[in-house]
Unconditional design. Structure first.
Length: 488
């Protein structure tokens, strides 16, 4: 059995819907209860190799079932002594092999491209009972029989392949995959997927999704658990992460089936009430639309509204930590603020919204940082005094003496950077340093004490609500240590 129901969804011709519109594939002719679609298959002319008695062939099928198999594979099935298949395929398979198809219930031989069965039919067994299946497969191979296992989609993508590899040597198995639901989903929206990540929530805790979103993947396919909220759970996690503006949300249902539907959902658009259990969600990163500055909160702007460095998206101070750092900086109405290792500028630019009389100097080492910082400043309608691309402490000599300093970067040079800052910090000035490790805290605290500053230490631990069944659980963000020093 596939680990995830979307493993049952496989290929049909790619279609790309327009934004905020639904695409449904209407009923066709001559469909059986197995869900055969009226499509034209372009069958390649290829020889029909014989099945080997010592090898187990595992063949992926698409949503069209037997009709989706190529002519060579249809011939191979007739060579087999034993065919194992999901229960949903056995009825049509038996109908064809025994030549007892009812036109009202099955598909005619000619339509499937099968020749009449001139010899004995292979034995058919279901794959839905793993223990019985494995025992029968072992016995058949030991008896020198030719065996084929039909699977859904790619057998090695949340499918029966994992089970078979646990029971048989890899050299005894040959896999012949059909497209996966993830491949089909990206084909439907017309987007390359070589940079995509994937995550399964089927029977799993949703916390890894929240963690993955903090890394800001370019594209993420989420295999949903319909029994635990399905697509709605995914949307709730995106919303709780403050990233609705940063991702297009695509809902893909019954891919490859006649009732296929693909939707792009706007943040304020509800999840369809008739959502099919066979669905997945694609989250595709987009440049967030410029917000109306007057509509933004005074501070604590959602993470998803900030433009990102393309080489390291998501490398920014998260909203909850940002709010605390703004408080710890004890921002004066006037003065000079240094934001060193500014990243996307989230802390320094929000400080200007709170204290327009401050003069902000933002320093970031990445090439192109000044343009990104300027773009984020324009989105918030604030004007920094200076945007510097360079490495501290070398670039600090060109800056005016500061009243407040936030050191968000530094890496291995953080001690040297802090010492250079303290040599320039004005009387009554304050320096705040968020840190990720206790080793960094142990290294920098003595520096503040040597310079005679009043030292403060706090740890921030933030949890965000994430759906869990019918309730909510708390998913933690990485803890942050905050070291501060005030010059008296």
């Amino acid at each position: 059995m596939p680990d995830h129901p979307m493993a049952l969804l496989t290929s049909s011709p790619a279609r790309r819907p327009e934004a905020r519109t639904a695409v449904r594939f209407g009923p066709g002719r001559n469909r059986s209860r197995l869900g055969y679609a009226t499509v034209h298959h372009h069958v390649r002319s290829e020889p029909v190799p014989k099945l080997e008695t010592a090898v187990l062939d595992v063949v992926g099928t698409d949503a069209h079932g037997l009709e989706g198999l190529s002519l060579p594979w249809r011939s191979r099935l007739r060579q087999a002594d034993l065919v194992a298949a999901p229960q949903r395929l056995l009825v049509g398979l038996r109908c064809w092999l025994q030549e007892t198809c009812d036109p009202a219930d099955g598909t005619a031989h000619a339509a499937l491209g099968f020749a009449p069965n001139a010899g004995s039919s292979p034995e058919l067994i279901p794959t839905d009972r793993p223990d019985e299946l494995l025992a029968r497969l072992r016995a058949a191979l030991a008896e020198g029989k030719k065996v084929v296992v039909l699977a859904s989609g790619d057998p090695l993508w949340f499918g029966i392949g994992r089970l078979l590899l646990q029971a048989f040597p890899a050299g005894q198995l040959r896999f012949h995959p059909a497209p996966t639901s993830m491949q089909l989903a990206f084909a439907r929206i017309g987007r390359p997927w070589q940079d995509a990540s994937w995550l399964s929530l089927h029977g799993r805790d949703p916390e890894p999704l929240a963690a993955e979103l903090q890394r800001r993947p370019a594209a993420l396919a989420v295999l949903c658990d319909p029994g635990a909220g399905g697509a709605e759970s995914v949307r709730r996690i995106v919303r709780a992460s403050g990233l609705e503006a940063a991702y297009d949300c695509w809902l893909c249902e019954r891919l490859g089936h006649p009732q296929e539907r693909v939707l792009r959902l706007a943040p304020d658009q509800p999840t369809p009430v008739d959502l099919d259990p066979l669905h997945l969600v694609l989250l595709v990163a987009v440049i967030p639309a410029a917000p109306d500055p007057d509509s933004l909160p005074l501070f604590g702007i959602d993470d998803g509204l900030w433009l990102q460095h393309p080489d390291q998206p998501g490398l920014m101070t998260k909203r909850e930590v940002r709010v605390q750092l703004l408080a710890d900086l004890d921002l004066p109405a006037q003065g000079v603020l240094w934001d060193l290792g500014a990243g996307v500028g989230s802390v320094g630019l929000e400080a200007l919204r709170l204290r327009p009389g401050l003069r902000l100097w933002a320093v970031e080492r990445r090439a192109g940082a000044a343009a990104l910082l300027a773009a984020n400043a324009a989105r918030l309608s604030v004007e920094p005094a200076g945007l510097v691309e360079g490495v501290a402490p070398a670039v600090l000599e060109q800056l005016p003496e500061p009243d407040r300093v936030l050191i968000g970067g530094g890496g291995r040079d953080r001690r040297v950077v802090l010492e250079a800052v303290l040599q320039r910090l004005r009387p009554g000035g304050l320096v705040v340093v968020p840190l990720a490790t206790v080793e960094a805290l142990a290294e920098l605290r003595p520096v503040l004490e040597e310079f005679g500053l009043q030292v403060g230490i706090r740890q921030l631990q933030v949890w965000r609500g994430a759906p869990l069944g019918d309730g909510t659980r708390l998913a933690p963000l990485n803890p942050v240590l905050v070291l501060s020093g005030r010059r008296t």
